[in-house]
Design a protein around this ligand. Sequence first.
Ligand code: DGL
Length: 259
Amino acid sequence: MEKSLQPIGLFDSGIGGTSIWKEIHSLLPNEDTIYLADSRNAPYGQRSKEEIVELSFKNTDYLLEQGAKMVVVACNTATTNAITELRKAYNIPFIGIEPAIKPAAIHTKTNAIGILATKGTLSSELFNKTVAGFTDVNVIEQVGYNLVSLIENGKLNSPEVMELLKEYLQPMIDANIDYLVLGCSHYPYLVPQIKKILPETVAIVDSGAAVAKRTKAVLKQHNLLNTLPHESTQAFYTNFNPEVLQSIVSNYPVAERDF
Ligand code: DGL
């Protein structure tokens, strides 16, 4: 099969990366995709760098076995901890997702921005290098303890989630932030709750649309864009709790696979 006709592979520790898949599918509807939700091993955010690298290699191997032409690491934690190692080890293009600190830090008027992400992302070298470039901005970092586990367990709309968000966002409100950066691909699903807590003047930013644009540009650059008119296939595989992923991508079949 011609390489450009092969699918784009995506992986996340669970269902969160579907927020990235949605952006990619809407920009590139002709592309076939395979999405892996490694929900059995979620959350990645509390794991060591070594474990995150190992899990990222496992997911990439599985996507390559399924014929992926490129891999989108639809997880901030895996990107900030493992993308350098992935790029060294495999001869395919990788797209990663990192918290959108830069646009928020450039546009802030109150000189204060908030970032909600996993412990793994906030402690990574890659993230800290980015933040170090904006010493004149007050960056309020908050680990979203337990949010991913609750989302993975189907409790997206629960009072527990709302309580945690209130606790995590209050110091940011007190510091007068005007941007909140969502540094985890699970968090765009929390936007309705977050909006109930934050003042209307705070802009909420994530990296989904930028990742989709970058995916298109890199496919083009490698002559990998699928230009054959056809009805594209969107495959979703998970290794745990298929009903949760199914509730998010209700128009597509979800298969339980052992990877
Ligand atoms: N969706 C993830 C991210 O973007 C990972 C969350 C986790 O498993 O802790 O960071």
